[in-house]
Design a protein around this ligand. Structure first.
Ligand SMILES: [Zn+2]
Length: 294
């Protein structure tokens, strides 16, 4: 089992085992949104489901340890089969359940880089974890580079690539009639986000993705983050301001010649730590992720 060093020098369980253990114990909470769209919370990243007569469309598949509880939650919503699965990006907390969802009948759609990373052994330095290649059934079979459109259950769904952001495989998912935008892990609502530099992510890519998200929504849009509760433009604006403020603070310190440990010691995220530093990504770790990209 991997371990990570935290700021005070103690060791704790790595991020990936921590997420799996949390999913193994968590109940799956169902949050109905609009027009047959619901959010399932409790297995890694947020899972979204669109129900209707064409069968269920899922966005992301959580961790496989949650399979039985996710199945129960889906069956409580409506009895019909899962026919489609879309992955917002390649990370394990959004794709580990792909194999069982595919076995249940779903065709998997994702950006081409999601397929690329799932197909091979992939190291994420920030998690100190190397993922083995996924089984064939877990791989997306419909892949795209820039944009892709799906129509299911009287709903038009637009998938759009961000370019490098949280990884190099992130897409947004817009439910057009419902005015619901899923932005994947370009947004962690109320918490510092992980940024995966090993597969193309960066702080500047995160800020660019957030600016795009803000430019395509209104105050009425329901915005679904990859982690945390659904929210709106005001909360996403606060996230954007947090990202750019900390980015600029860290860049200024780095330009003064400060080392990473000196930069962490200067507390460049101090005003945001009480609100955003309470989950997996500690203030010191988030400053480390920003420092790597400025
Ligand atoms: Zn992710």
């Amino acid at each position: 089992m991997s371990t990570i060093a935290v700021k005070d020098g103690t060791q704790k369980k790595g991020i990936v085992p921590t997420m799996i253990d949390a999913a193994a114990q968590a109940k799956i909470e169902i949050h109905p949104l609009r027009r047959g769209i619901s959010l399932l919370e409790g297995s890694g990243g947020n899972i979204v489901v669109l129900t209707g007569r064409d069968g269920k469309l899922l966005i992301d598949s959580g961790f496989s340890v949650s399979k039985a509880r996710i199945r129960d939650a889906l069956n409580n919503l409506r009895a019909d089969a899962i026919t489609q699965l879309i992955n917002t990006h390649w990370h394990v907390d959004h794709t580990d359940g792909n194999a069982w969802v595919h076995s249940a009948g779903a065709t998997i759609t994702a950006h081409e880089n999601t397929k690329k990373h799932l197909s091979t052994s992939t190291r994420v330095e920030g998690w100190q974890y190397t993922f083995p290649p996924s089984p064939a059934g877990a791989l997306p079979t419909t892949i795209f580079n820039d944009e892709h459109h799906v129509h299911q259950n009287d709903t038009s769904i637009a998938l759009k690539y961000y370019g490098p952001a949280h990884t190099d495989s992130d897409i947004s998912v817009l439910f057009e009639e419902a005015d619901v935008l899923h932005v994947g892990d370009t947004w962690w609502n109320g918490i510092y986000p992980f940024i995966d530099y090993s597969t193309g992510g960066s702080i500047d890519g995160m800020i660019r993705a957030t600016e795009r998200n803000l430019s395509v929504i209104t105050d009425k849009t329901i915005v679904i983050p990859g982690h945390g509760p659904v929210a709106n433009k005001a909360a996403l604006t606060e996230f954007r301001d947090m990202l750019s403020t900390i980015r600029n603070n860290v860049a200024a310190l780095k330009q003064q010649g400060k080392s990473l440990s000196e930069t962490i010691a200067a507390n460049p995220s101090a005003v945001y730590d009480a609100k955003f530093g309470q989950f997996l990504i500690t203030p010191a770790f988030f400053v480390t992720l920003v420092y790597a990209g400025v």
